[in-house]
Design a protein around this ligand. Structure first.
Ligand code: GLN
Length: 495
């Protein structure tokens, strides 16, 4: 054991490898910047808030751009993971990702409409490099049989939510009250703290995620060349767009992006099922993962409306005055991460408690529970909309209840989904299957932008039909999951 390894094995973070602390704080600052900026995005693109006008784009366009952005962030996790596997190694991918994200937020901090999309593009590309790879390093801190792995991920999930609370609080206040670009700049400063912290404590990761996969140098050079060509091509496309050489209707683009994601997901599942040489046992697991994929995409299509249609509803129809204090609109986004931190231990305990009595529901049922909570959250919103039609503004309790229900849904579905994808995926396709899990978030993000746009197209009157339609879909998909879970029972492969 080298001196460095000996030092590392002696120090720890809540009983976990000390490297987890580095990743905890990097992810905390990255999520601070991501959610802090995201909370402002749709408000800024539309009419803004009282005393602080925005760009004045339509609700439909703003939601579509938000959807494309949220979708891209998770879609780019696929090339981001590939680059780390083959060329960069995970540690470098995280570092470069963090630097590009920081550059993106600082670009958004420039008070120019022309550089806005460029800033978003940088944040999306950087997040694609950082997000999947930082999770991979968490996994690599533990030996295969280390029982601390799941609780390591739980601690890591906490950093996500502590970071987002900080982001909504700081960027939300600065952006809405002082100036939008101050909020975006604050997100950049947050990411800068993350970068400094990562550079300073990186050695504590030891060799976890240090090197890319082994391969012949010749092959690596070819991959590097193709990567550079691809990057130059896409950079030219984005820069020419920023320079105004071409433009595209955001709704049209969001719809095509949605179709593209649906097609590539099904092609990939189809390939796995028919051509990947899986045993019939593995094929059953793949079918179950397809079911979970559909459930997760549907879930995020509602969940991610928090920074879209629900944010617009909050700004236009909710009373945020408490005594003499008027809370920023984006502060209501604080509720979800707060509830996650409060209730995550309860959910973790609940599954163990039920497991001991042989009552632990299987994964599709947990997904159905997640979707039912999502539907219930929108049922609460239907009432809020009805009350707002009679007399606006309505009280903040409607949001409190909606976000509580949405968080219960998240806790029933999100951690469970991550562990199901790592557990039931055919082993040699594990990395790519994790990519598919992120693809469900990507599809959900685009759908959230499209649904959110339709819901806010003409004020309250367009919310009722769209929210009702969504409730209907969520409950139908939940019912399908419950019915199919009986067929799947007994065929789940334990690893
Ligand atoms: N809130 C979690 C995160 O930011 C999960 C989001 C998602 O997968 N859509 O990491």
């Amino acid at each position: 054991m080298s001196e460095q390894e000996a030092n590392l094995s002696q120090s720890n973070f809540f009983g976990h490898p000390i490297g987890l602390r580095t990743l905890f704080f990097t992810e905390l600052w990255e999520r601070m910047s991501y959610y802090g900026m995201r909370g402002l995005l749709v408000l800024y693109m539309t009419i803004g808030v009282v005393g602080n006008p925005g760009l004045g784009w339509s609700n439909v366009e703003a939601n579509a751009i938000y959807g494309i952005y949220a979708g891209m962030v998770y879609f780019l996790a696929l090339p981001g993971g590939w680059l780390a596997d083959n060329l960069l190694g995970y540690q470098k991918a995280v570092l470069y990702g963090a630097l590009i994200i920081m550059l993106g937020h600082f670009t958004l901090a420039i008070p120019l409409e022309e550089t806005f999309i460029l800033g978003l593009a940088f944040v999306a590309i950087g997040t694609g490099l950082l997000k999947p790879n930082i999770s991979s390093i968490v996994g690599q801190l533990y030996a295969d049989q280390d029982e601390r792995r799941d609780s390591g991920f739980t601690i890591f999930y906490m950093s996500i939510n502590i970071g987002s609370m900080l982001g909504f609080a700081v960027c939300g206040y600065l952006g809405e009250r002082i100036g939008w670009h101050w909020g975006f700049g604050a997100a950049g400063i947050g990411m800068l703290f993350g970068v400094i912290q990562f550079v300073y404590f990186r050695s504590q990761l030891g060799t976890a995620g240090l090197n890319p996969n082994e391969m012949a140098e010749g092959r690596r050079s070819t991959l590097r060349l193709w990567t550079i060509i691809t990057v130059i091509f896409f950079a030219a496309v984005v820069i020419s767009g920023v320079l105004g050489l071409w433009s595209i209707d955001p709704v049209f683009f969001a719809e095509r992006f949605r179709d593209f994601l649906v097609v590539i997901s099904f092609i990939y599942f189809g390939y796995l099922f028919f051509f990947a040489g899986l045993t019939s046992f593995e094929k059953k697991n793949v079918l179950m993962l397809l079911l979970l994929f559909v459930g997760a995409a549907a879930f995020w299509s509602g969940f991610d409306q928090s920074a879209g249609s629900l944010s617009i509803f909050t700004r236009d129809y909710v009373n945020l005055t408490f005594g003499s204090f008027q809370a920023p609109v984006s502060w209501t986004q604080f509720l979800n991460p707060l509830f996650v931190v409060m209730f995550a231990p309860f959910f973790a305990y609940l599954w163990v408690f039920l497991g001991k009595r042989n009552l632990n529901p299987n994964t599709p049922i947990k997904f159905a529970i997640g979707l039912i909570f999502m539907g219930l959250g929108f049922i609460v919103m239907l009432y809020a909309v009805q009350y707002a039609m009679v007399e606006a503004p309505v009280g903040v309790q409607w949001l409190l209840l909606t976000y509580l229900l949405h968080t219960f849904g998240e806790l029933a579905l999100s951690p469970v989904g991550l562990s199901a994808f790592s557990r039931y995926s055919p082993k040699k396709y594990l990395g790519q299957m994790m990519g598919l899990w992120f693809l469900a978030s990507s599809l959900g993000g685009v759908l959230a932008g499209l649904f959110g746009g339709e819901a806010t197209e003409s004020g309250l009157s367009s919310m009722t039909p769209i929210f009702s339609e969504l409730i209907y879909y969520y409950l139908i998909i939940a019912a399908v999951l419950i019915v199919l879970s009986f067929f799947i029972k007994g065929s789940l492969k334990e690893r």
